[in-house]
Write a protein that binds this ligand. Structure first.
Ligand code: COA
Length: 172
């Protein structure tokens, strides 16, 4: 775990909030088990991502879904396809567990070529108005059905650590 914490601190350069998020997500009680994926090179962990439980408040019932977050690759190992492989493994694992949907917040330029689509076009609503619409993305997996629409509800660690959407910058 120390490696993974340090990895995200370096990848995100954010003072450690993402590292805390990883710990909190692993410790949280959840309706579906979290899954972790690591990329290793020469025996060293150089990339990491997680799938953790979210809930989709669909008209018919609550649907258990995954949220992919965070995704980090050590700066000196970026641009080598490690992030791409981690995303692809995570989606395959979610599909194998018959989880219908994986959501995330991120760059459409990056994730749009890695299995994700703009979520609002399928009648999904983001958990916060502070998430820019193009950043709210979804991967629809083999057990997805078209009645599965509605609002994504994040697990508590995302709120407790204020890791949702974008905040206004304080005036200079
Ligand atoms: C984003 C990140 C995970 C990508 O990992 P990676 O192993 O370097 O990615 P890959 O080698 O698989 O893919 C490289 C591609 O990602 C693009 N890319 C890298 N960072 C990007 C970003 N922040 N936004 C959009 N595209 C990005 C590169 O331009 C490159 O594009 P190409 O496929 O057109 O050449 C890595 O850069 C990272 O850890 N960044 C810091 C943490 C972060 O921002 N995580 C994502 C949060 S949503």
């Amino acid at each position: 775990m120390v490696h993974i914490r340090a990895l995200h601190a370096l990848a995100f350069d954010d003072g450690g909030t993402v590292s805390q998020l990883v710990d909190a997500l692993r410790a949280a009680r959840a309706p579906i088990e979290p899954m972790s994926f690591v990329g290793a090179l020469g025996g060293r962990i150089v990339g990491h991502t997680m799938l953790t439980a979210g809930r989709l408040d669909a008209p018919r019932r609550i649907v258990d879904v995954y949220v992919l977050s965070p995704l980090g690759v050590l700066p000196s190992f970026q641009q080598q396809g490690i992030g791409t492989k981690l995303v692809s493994h995570a989606l395959a694992a979610a599909a194998q567990k018959r989880i219908p949907l994986v959501f995330l917040e991120g760059s459409p330029r990056y994730y749009g070529r890695r299995g994700f689509e703009k979520a609002t076009q399928f009648d999904f609503r983001a958990p916060s108005l502070r998430i820019p619409e193009p950043a709210f993305q979804v991967a629809r997996l083999s057990s997805y059905e078209s009645w599965m629409t509605g609002t994504l509800v994040y697990s508590d660690p995302f709120w407790a650590l204020d890791c949702v959407g974008l905040r206004d910058r304080a005036p200079q």
